[in-house]
Design a protein around this ligand. Structure first.
Ligand SMILES: [Zn+2]
Length: 315
């Protein structure tokens, strides 16, 4: 199980929900004045505005309202959960919850299907997240972290201890700034099919990317090459072992890039991998700004194919 996944931060209002999950109980608020069920946790009833909500345990019986299957991780930390089944679940009480489906093959999923809750263990501190699975699945075994998750993590990553740093601990954050890069990520293959798919998506179907025959004859690279922007976005498929985890923030924003360069081409069929280092840390009024130099190389190449000084803002 990845140690870098963002975790919910309970607030005074939402804490009973998270505490309930720890005890494998699903607690939802209900209005004492009008019996309306409420989710997410709030101070007042959205039905009648009464400030009289009580936490009640519900069975977790639910049906699937909507879902989507993501094949590119929503955050790099989720590469061990691919594809992600993101779902809107309607509890029998009528409230809807954003969650994930687990233990289900894509072909088994259909809108309106019945679901049961899974109180998924996500760390060794007893925290659990609410997920859902089919009514005929073994929810108890799905509560355990996936056994194969650790196996896809590179050995160097498994060995490196993760240090937790509060997002407002300026001294600790400054100690992360280094000239030294992290170990390499997992490699990702950039084949012609991926380049063609990106050409179609972006509208950039210039022959140097999409016409292998012409590129063999006319391109200075002796074949087609990947779009720089494609190699850039593939960073989401690469799992980095930074050796630290920033915690305690309520919001993390990708603020853009201070520097973006494509110094070397990526030929079709090449494998790329990435590594990163913390370039700078700044405490600003709006939060903590961390600049990560995230470089992608063709495996074996000294010269990077993408240099990206990624600016992340923690608030
Ligand atoms: Zn009410």
């Amino acid at each position: 199980m990845s140690n870098n996944k963002p975790m919910p931060v309970p607030t005074e209002i939402s804490a009973p929900f998270w505490e309930g999950l720890k005890a494998e109980r699903l607690l939802i608020q209900q209005c004492n004045a009008c019996a309306h069920w409420v989710f997410y946790p709030r101070r007042h009833c959205p039905g009648c505005l009464a400030h009289d909500l009580a936490w009640r345990e519900v069975s977790g019986g639910a049906s699937l309202y909507s879902y989507t299957v993501t094949r590119i991780a929503t955050l790099p930390d989720f590469v061990d959960e691919m594809p992600q089944m993101l779902a809107v679940i309607e509890l029998d009480e009528g409230v809807r919850i954003n969650s994930n489906l687990v233990g289900l093959d894509e072909t088994e999923i259909s809108i309106g299907m019945r679901l049961q809750p899974v109180f998924a263990e996500v760390d060794d501190k007893g925290n659990r997240l609410l997920r859902f699975t089919g009514p005929d699945k073994d929810a108890a075994s799905l509560q355990k972290p996936r056994q194969d998750a650790e196996a896809i993590v590179e050995p160097t990553m498994a060995a490196s201890a993760t240090r937790q740093i509060a997002f407002d601990d300026e001294a600790a954050l400054r100690s992360l700034v280094s000239d030294e890069f992290s170990p390499w990520s997992n490699p990702v293959e950039v084949d012609q099919a991926l380049i063609d798919a990106f050409a179609e998506l972006s509208g950039d179907d210039y022959w140097i990317h999409t016409d292998p025959e012409r590129a063999r004859k006319e391109s200075p690279f002796g074949g087609t090459i990947a779009h720089g922007a494609l190699v850039l976005v593939l960073q989401s498929r690469m799992k980095l072992a930074l050796g630290f985890e920033i915690v305690g923030f309520t919001n993390m924003v990708n603020y853009g890039s201070d520097r973006l360069r494509f110094p070397a081409p990526v030929p079709a069929g090449a494998k790329v991998h990435a590594r990163a280092r913390v370039k700078s840390v700044e405490r600003l009024k709006r939060g903590t700004q961390l600049t990560l130099e995230l470089n992608t190389h063709v495996v074996g190449n000294e010269r990077p194919s993408v240099i990206n000084d990624l600016v992340i803002l923690y608030m």
